[in-house]
Design a protein around this ligand. Structure first.
Ligand code: SF4
Length: 331
């Protein structure tokens, strides 16, 4: 038997014309039938190498896995990461997520504190209730907490307002505000600047995962509104694990026809990075799990780039890629 001819990867084994000519030649020469193998065209998909967990999240997850490997019950105060799929994976290993209210009623247990950091009240409750803490607070967040505390302790509060550019109710922001007994003004964007008194001094900080360009713009606006001798001091406290991803996402979004951004819905940096990707490439879509790509109507013949937030696990981006490949195979 002559060997079965093979085509190039992703293409028909022969060009339409050449294979019919070849068949005629084989018939003439009495070589019998050949088997034609059609290979499904695989979509062109790449995963951004620089997307995925930041070191703060990697550290928290490693700590959780180490504790779970001991076989003891481990509680986590709030979702360990703003990614439901990863939370479920760790829950399957035995980790139990609890709220702050549940935490305050517990005694003699082991609780992991996630990378977002906690206010002092959490540590006080743990001490009172004999709770063992596995503290995975990110060092970048801890540094910001101590800067805010120091600013508050060293300036007269009557003249100076501590302003935090951050998301209301976000765990990190709660931890920051808690450092100074709630005496901070939290503003999510410029529309909330009416909460600030521009005739008084301002010390401005930012949540680590806010947008750097948004912060710079805010500083300019606040500066232009300052009255008389009031003074503005600002600290760019945005984490470079997030800010440095902006130039990378810019290039990645330009290089691909379609962007599938994988992120949990609660992820703050996920929102920032996705919005940035969308501003560069309007064909950008956000999904939190593989099945969500089904309804997007993506053109699978285009170049598709998959990227994610600092809270997006690599395995999840790979699962999204697998789903897209499956869809292409059955199209
Ligand atoms: S984004 Fe930065 S500050 Fe936040 S957990 Fe990751 S490394 Fe820490």
């Amino acid at each position: 038997m002559p060997p079965t001819p093979k085509g190039e990867y992703g293409k028909r084994p022969f060009g339409t014309n050449s294979h019919s000519c070849d068949l005629s030649r084989r018939r003439r020469e009495g070589l019998g039938q050949i088997k034609i193998v059609y290979i499904n065209v695989k979509p062109m998909i790449e995963i951004d190498k620089k997307s995925g967990f930041c070191f703060g999240v990697v550290n928290a997850i490693q700590k959780a896995e180490q504790e779970l490997a001991k076989g003891e019950t481990l509680y986590c105060l709030g979702d360990i990461v703003h990614n439901g799929e990863e939370v479920e994976r760790l829950a399957a290993l035995g980790m139990i997520t609890i709220s702050h209210e549940e935490f305050s009623k517990m005694h003699d247990v082991k609780v992991l504190l996630r990378a977002h950091g906690e206010p002092p009240s959490t540590y006080e409750i743990a001490k009172q209730n004999n709770i063992t803490l596995v503290d995975a607070s990110c060092p970048v967040v801890l540094k910001l907490q101590s800067r805010i505390k120091k600013a508050y302790e060293t300036v007269p509060t009557i003249d100076t307002q501590i302003v935090i550019y951050g998301h209301h109710g976000h765990a990190e922001v709660n931890g920051l505000v808690g450092q100074i007994d709630g005496n901070a003004i939290v503003i999510e964007d410029e529309s909330e600047l009416d909460k600030v008194d521009f005739s008084k001094n301002i010390r401005l900080f930012s949540q680590t995962t806010k947008s750097l360009s948004g912060f710079n713009q805010l500083v300019e606006t606040v500066q232009s509104k300052m009255e008389n001798d009031a003074n503005l001091e600002f600290s760019d406290t945005i984490c470079r694990q997030v800010a440095n991803r902006i130039p990378n996402i810019t290039t990645f979004a330009q290089e691909n026809d379609i962007i599938v951004f994988v992120s949990g819905k609660k992820s703050s940096n996920g929102k920032v990075l996705y919005e940035h990707a969308k501003s560069i490439n309007p064909n950008s879509y956000i999904v939190s799990k593989p099945d969500e790509v089904v309804g997007l109507g993506l053109d699978l013949s285009k170049k598709i780039g998959i990227c994610g937030a600092t809270s997006t696990p690599r395995w999840l981006m790979e699962a999204v890629m697998e789903k897209l490949n499956d869809m292409a195979a059955t199209a």
